[in-house]
Design a protein around this ligand. Structure first.
Ligand SMILES: [Zn+2]
Length: 138
């Protein structure tokens, strides 16, 4: 169902049914770990999200389950270089090649898993992540 959005007007969100369990075909499913990098997660990072560290064990369990089931795994990695305009909005973070830019040790990608470097909030903007997602669904 799609709900048209007209700026300035109110949008009614349709009722969504939630379930404790979801079954998906592993070969057509991807788990995408988003921006779990030292600068956002670890003490000493330049732009830490206070609760991010609490999500690490949960994501570890998801990764273990996904890998065991043969689900495709991908990561996004916020990546910035000298003079990036995003640093005018946020403090400097995720400078390519630094400790802060690295994905946290507990969630490191395994061989064969892909890492999509991105320079904007949206991991699909200007990257190949949409192509990856589409390929997983085939
Ligand atoms: Zn950024």
């Amino acid at each position: 169902m799609s709900v048209p959005f007209i700026p300035g007007e109110t949008v009614t969100v349709p009722k969504i049914t939630f379930s404790d369990q979801v079954r998906l075909p592993a070969s057509e499913t991807a788990l995408i770990v988003v921006d779990m990098q030292n600068d956002f997660v670890k003490e000493g990072g330049s732009l830490v999200v206070a609760t991010a560290i609490e999500t690490v064990p949960h994501i570890q369990r998801l990764l273990e389950s996904a890998r065991a089931a043969g689900v495709h795994v991908a990561y996004t990695q916020d990546t910035h270089f000298e003079g990036d305009p995003e640093w005018q909005i946020w403090p400097e973070h995720c400078r390519a090649g630094t400790w802060g830019w690295e994905i946290v040790e507990e969630l490191k990608p395994q061989p064969g898993e892909v890492v999509c470097q991105k320079s904007r909030y949206d991991g699909f903007y200007g990257t190949w992540l949409d192509t990856f997602s589409a390929a997983c669904g085939r």
